[in-house]
Ligand binder design. Structure first.
Ligand code: NAP
Length: 283
């Protein structure tokens, strides 16, 4: 059985560790803070933890689960410790900058992105089964050894994910629509509600907010650092989707201003029918 390394013991890294350790793999974890390493051991996420990347010299497969901006620097620092046959993979929400950055450094790298998350972040919220029934995208390029893709794919299936292979460009454009745009749309919704100037109304709205508000604001109330990095590292596609979103909002405003009630309802019928095309993973 392979030894698994994980760098970045947070929500995603911790959840990968919990699942794979439960399946009998030996897990070696590296994180930035000593406190997190101790928690990872206490929570059963890893067998051994350290602040030093040298711990991973015995790992056969290493998951880089740091924030997006630290993925390539982490990989560079790992190189001196890696066994020549080590396979590296990451879980970053953006793939073009990672695949471009990695190709010169360590070709035995399989870009990955599990589409599973939570509002909270950090090792405390790591969860067994987080990836179950969720998509897990792999973005190999022409240099990626096929055997390594197959090994990472097999691990993603052990996490009970549904595996998809695509190129990094397709990945970044697709996730802009269904993951990165929703973060900004949902954040705008919260910010708009906070623009109410009457304190009595604000208080009442806060008390009345129920499941609809909870559903539509979950991702806008998530990890701000992650949202910032989605925008920073996938700017082009994020802007494309946001411009389109702005056009849609403008269209709704126009229909309401012009009292086009029938057209508005037709539009809502169209969105009602099309929503389900995106939600076939729901369990
Ligand atoms: P997170 O809960 O904040 O976990 C990241 C952890 O990495 C932090 O807790 C931190 O641990 C550690 N870390 C930070 N810099 C490090 C470094 N230079 N070296 C080693 N460890 C470092 O964030 P996350 O949500 O798990 O996100 C991690 C990655 O998963 C990101 O690349 C993100 O794009 C991707 N992702 C996130 C989601 C999601 O919805 N959350 C979904 C799919 C993919 P310390 O406590 O030790 O500082």
């Amino acid at each position: 059985m392979m030894n698994i390394g994980i760098v970045g013991l947070g929500l995603i890294g911790g959840s990968v560790g919990l699942d794979l350790r439960n399946l009998g793999y030996r897990i070696f974890g590296v994180s930035r803070r000593e406190q997190t390493c101790q928690k990872a051991i206490a929570l059963g996420v890893v067998d051994e933890a350290s602040l030093e990347l040298s711990l991973l010299s015995i790992a056969d497969l290493i998951f880089i689960c740091t924030p997006i901006c630290d993925i390539i620097p982490t990989l560079e620092q790992l190189i001196p410790f890696l066994s020549p046959s080590a396979i590296l993979t990451d879980v970053g929400s953006v793939k073009i900058p990672i695949m471009e950055g990695v190709s010169q450094i360590w070709p035995n790298f399989v870009g990955g992105h599990p589409l599973a998350g939570k509002t909270a972040s950090g090792i405390e919220v790591a969860q067994l089964g987080l990836f179950e029934n969720r998509p897990y995208v792999l973005t190999p390029n022409g240099n990626t050894p096929l055997e390594s893709v197959e090994k990472v794919e097999a691990i993603a299936r052990l996490l009970k994910s549904q595996v998809y292979l695509c190129d990094p460009y397709e990945h970044d454009r697709a996730v802009a629509w269904i993951s990165h745009l929703p973060v900004m749309a949902s954040a705008s919704l919260i910010a708009a509600c906070m623009s109410e100037t009457n304190p009595t109304i604000v208080k009442l709205a806060q008390e009345l907010a129920s499941s609809g508000f909870q559903d539509t604001t979950r991702v806008g109330g998530g990890n701000p650092e992650l949202g910032r990095m989605m925008a920073q590292y996938n700017s082009l596609e994020m802007l494309r989707s946001l411009y389109s979103f702005r056009d849609e909002i403008d269209e709704f405003i126009q229909h309401i201003e012009q009292k086009n009630w029938l057209i508005l309802e037709q539009k809502l019928r169209y969105t009602q029918q099309n929503r389900k095309l995106f939600l076939h993973h729901e369990s």
